[in-house]
Design a protein around this ligand. Sequence first.
Ligand code: CA
Ligand code: CA
Length: 145
Amino acid sequence: MSKVENFLSVEEEQEIVLAIRQAELNTSGEIRVHIEKSTLLSHYNRAQEVFNSLKMFNTQAANAVLIYVAVEDHKFVIYGDKGINDVVSANFWDTTKNIMQEQFKRGDFKQGIIEGVLKAGEELKVHFPWKIDDEDELSNEISKG
Ligand code: CA
Ligand code: CA
């Protein structure tokens, strides 16, 4: 069994999925989490590749965000789609990053991801509030590479 599969228990994964569902009650934006051991690419490029392979561009407002985590590399990337980048400043994700970083430094990866997901939802809410006709456009399940 690879480290990625050991990284989070089934229960912890479910907690993260619940956090995604909770975050998406705030915003029309879609949040996904991808976890893998490591990558040879730059983490930004790999996040972009995962974003595309998960077809996360398939949202009406181009407002999906991927939280990409490379466990053994101790790196993560928050990768938002064009619709988000068009309306926010370059440091938009800094608060979310800082919250995640703090928990990761303590070694609490699950909590870092959960807090990151919830914070991303709050940040997205400002520009992309939840609407009554909202659809769950992208799966809330964790993707593992
Ligand atoms: Ca939605
Ligand atoms: Ca979703």
